[in-house]
Design a protein around this ligand. Structure first.
Ligand code: E4P
Length: 217
């Protein structure tokens, strides 16, 4: 399973990338706002840092403008994946840009039928939002499983990019189901290393080691 980082914070991306944990990056208008940076500048910087796909989201609502924005974003670097919302205009943009050889990430997916349409429009990635479904008492993980089944039934090549990941359990659930990619905030990716028994075990080892009076270095 590939790990994408869901942030426009270059320092956070860089720290995780140094450990080999970054297969790609996703951004959205809210994350760009949070970074306080210019979208074109910060996206270029991220693309230079990361070899994998970097999602940059369009902000227009009608198809013609969305396509024009997508073409402009795609010019930033070869590893740009143009991110479009799962609307009729977004699907039209997906088909147009895919036919031009661009990577497209169709975002804001909340149903299996939406995911089916994105695959038929040639999306490189479909982004179902787990956490936002959980927020309204619908199991977001069930959606990932449904999309996996549907895509496998028909051999669609669109990659399932599980998004709106809020917990470490979301990550392991997605891995169990077979999501192709998860995109998670840096804090969640860092939490994957934590376990209370690791902390407790290490504390015991350190205490016992101190009693030996030995040093390795
Ligand atoms: C996906 O690409 C989105 O940027 C993101 O995962 C949304 O997450 P949120 O629901 O926590 O804002």
């Amino acid at each position: 399973m590939k790990f994408f980082v869901d942030t426009a914070d270059v320092a956070a991306i860089s720290e995780l990338n140094d450990l080999g944990f970054v297969d790609g990056v996703t951004t959205n208008p809210s994350l760009i706002m949070k970074s306080g940076r210019d979208i074109l500048e910060v996206t270029k910087e991220i693309c230079e840092l990361i070899d994998g796909p970097v999602s940059a989201e369009v902000t227009a609502v009608d198809a013609d403008e969305m396509i024009a924005e997508g073409r402009k974003l795609a010019k930033i670097a070869d590893n740009i994946a143009v991110k479009v919302p799962l609307t009729w205009a977004g699907l039209k943009t997906c088909k147009t840009l895919t036919d031009e050889g661009r990577m497209v990430n169709v975002t804001l997916c909340f149903s299996a039928n939406q995911a089916l349409l994105a695959a038929k429009a040639g999306a490189t990635f479909i982004s179902p939002f787990i956490g936002r479904l959980d927020d309204i008492n619908i199991d977001g993980i069930d959606l990932i499983a449904d999309i996996r089944t549907i895509y496998d039934n028909y051999g669609y090549g669109t990659e399932i990019l599980a998004a709106s990941i809020r917990t470490v359990n979301h990550v392991s659930d997605c891995a169990r189901i077979g999501a192709d990619v998860i995109t998670a905030p840096p804090e969640v990716l860092k939490k994957l290393a934590s376990h209370p028994l690791t902390d407790a075990g290490l504390a015991t080892f350190m205490a016992d080691w101190a009693k030996t009076g030995q040093k390795i270095l």
